[in-house]
Design a protein around this ligand. Structure first.
Ligand SMILES: [Fe+2]
Ligand SMILES: [Fe+2]
Length: 152
């Protein structure tokens, strides 16, 4: 019974870490290519995504399938971040609003799938969800500002 609980928690945290790995690769590519957008914002959010990842990395024992999934997220994230670097600035911001809201949902789902007695872990997941919503708001604000100026 306890073993099932641990494997469920591991699965939930793996889904969180896969999403976070993708986000980190996307922002890393955007910072690398210096794509359209406020580079300081991308760099700051990248650092925060790494913090989110660090909260959970030690709690997951890697296996071959998971490592392959991580690799796939890294490559896919880099490709997506590189593609974003070629898009107009407002579209980049808009896509990040959607992606950050999706990331918040990943954390909310994880929160609800973690047993209630694992209070510290649930608290960390909820804090990360709030962090993703804050990211979405930053991009909403950048999107609004970019619509109010003609500079691209
Ligand atoms: Fe994150
Ligand atoms: Fe985020």
């Amino acid at each position: 019974m306890q073993r099932e609980k641990i494997s469920d928690v591991t699965r939930v945290l793996q889904s969180v870490l896969l999403a976070e790995t993708s986000a980190i690769s996307i922002y890393t590519a955007q910072v690398y290519w210096r794509g359209p957008g406020v580079q300081e914002t991308f760099a700051k959010i990248l650092a925060e995504e790494v913090e989110h990842q660090n909260n959970f990395t030690d709690l997951v024992n890697p296996n071959l399938v998971y490592n392959l999934q991580l690799l796939s997220q890294k490559v896919g994230g880099w490709a997506l971040g590189s593609a974003l670097s070629a898009l107009p600035r407002p579209m980049v911001y808009w896509l990040h609003v959607l992606a950050e809201m999706q990331a918040a949902n990943v954390y909310r789902t994880a929160f609800h799938n973690i047993p209630k007695d694992m209070k510290d872990l649930r608290r960390t997941l909820m804090q990360a969800a709030r962090g993703e919503i804050a990211h979405a708001r930053r991009f909403q604000s950048l999107l609004k500002n970019s619509r109010n100026t003609s500079v691209s």
